[in-house]
Design a protein around this ligand. Structure first.
Ligand SMILES: Nc1ncnc2c1ncn2[C@@H]1O[C@H](COP(=O)(O)OP(=O)(O)OP(=O)(O)O)[C@@H](O)[C@H]1O
Ligand SMILES: [Mg+2]
Length: 321
């Protein structure tokens, strides 16, 4: 059955620290729907602190939004009964940004995955579960004989990260939320793992939220791109649309900061402006924007540039209907 994950108007405010530190709005009313009937890879990109992991945690039900809702098959996560929670846990798998936090240091690395595979009926017994996990390890370039049976601290960061991917793949999820799943993996394996994610989409109909600050891999695997700046969605579209002709000055800055393989392409053309102070209202990027004018003191509405593409910038208007 095709599942549907809806992130609807999600806002997340982290309260300030003691002694009057300012609160941080990590997400400002973000919406994103993954419709299992049309499986796709949605890349969420943006620089450090833009709210990517906050979005991933909320999509996984590991953190609660301050406002807005996350619904799975039409039911809000907050209102799910025990049975719904179990179905959600089985169907929506995670690869977290900090792979160490995903393993219990007192158990061998395969412990939780084997229990889950048996509990969710994906394997009749522990032995069969171990075999499923071993196959998934091979898919991400891990030798199961060297990996399974170890304790988390005995693996490198990249090995732990690949094991998280293998563990999530073995669960045959409907949705995968992968937060920087290949950031610690070297380039050759990175391509292999991303190819496996694309194969999961194509062969098993898995919808994937791929969180990354790496535009090149987002370009390679994603069907849709969401560009976050300080918790605001500033641009969305296909990777072709967004990365070949970025509409938002922030996306342009991100794209120009990447040393693309095309040698003719200038690199770092837009100087990387120091991160400006947070602005209370108006366009959040205006303190850093080379194109800012007085009108940017007002928050731009989203302009719809194509059926797949939106941008939040006063430089753009929706074409008249
Ligand atoms: N538990 C928390 N308490 C307070 N502030 C937080 C917490 N988690 C995140 N933040 C803040 O929310 C904002 C978004 O953080 P988030 O971790 O979502 O960014 P990110 O895009 O994943 O960054 P990175 O690329 O570095 O992983 C940041 O300003 C961060 O400091
Ligand atoms: Mg993060």
């Amino acid at each position: 059955m095709a599942h549907r994950l809806e992130i609807d108007g999600v806002r997340r405010v982290f309260p300030g620290r003691a002694f009057g530190g300012p609160s941080v709005v990590a997400l400002h009313g973000l919406s994103l729907t993954l419709d299992g009937a049309r499986p796709e890879i949605v890349a969420v990109v943006g620089e450090s602190g833009s709210g990517k992991s906050t979005l991933a945690q909320i999509a996984l039900g590991l953190d609660d939004p301050s406002a807005g809702t996350v619904r799975f098959d039409g039911t809000s996560l907050g209102r799910m009964d025990e049975g719904g929670r179990v179905r959600f846990r089985r169907a929506v798998q995670a690869v977290l940004q900090d792979p160490f936090s995903s393993f219990n240091p007192f158990y061998r690395v395969e412990h939780a995955a084997i229990l889950a595979l048996v509990r969710f009926g994906l394997a009749p017994d522990r032995r069969a579960a171990r075999s499923i996990l071993a196959d998934a390890c091979e898919a991400v370039g891990l030798n199961p004989a060297d990996t399974l049976g170890r304790f988390p601290h005995e693996l490198s960061g990249g090995q732990r990260q690949r094991l998280m991917v293998a563990r999530a793949m073995a669960m045959r999820p409907a949705v995968l939320v992968a937060d920087e799943p290949v950031s610690m993996v070297d380039a050759s394996l990175r391509a292999t793992i991303l190819a496996h994610l694309a194969a999961m989409r194509d062969a098993q109909g898995v919808s994937i939220i791929y969180v990354t600050h790496d535009l090149t891999t987002a370009y390679q695997v994603a069907d849709r791109l969401i560009v976050l700046y300080r918790g605001h969605v500033v641009e969305t579209g296909t990777p072709e649309e967004v990365l070949k002709a970025p509409a938002h000055p922030y996306t342009r800055l991100l794209v120009d900061s990447v040393p693309w393989p095309d040698l003719a392409r200038p690199w770092g053309r837009v100087p990387k402006v120091a991160d400006g102070a947070p602005v209370a209202d108006g366009c959040p990027f205006r303190g850093r924007c080379p194109d800012a004018t007085a009108v940017c003191a007002r928050m731009p509405g989203p302009a719809v540039l194509s059926p797949t593409r939106t941008v939040r910038c006063h430089l753009h208007r929706s074409p008249p209907a």
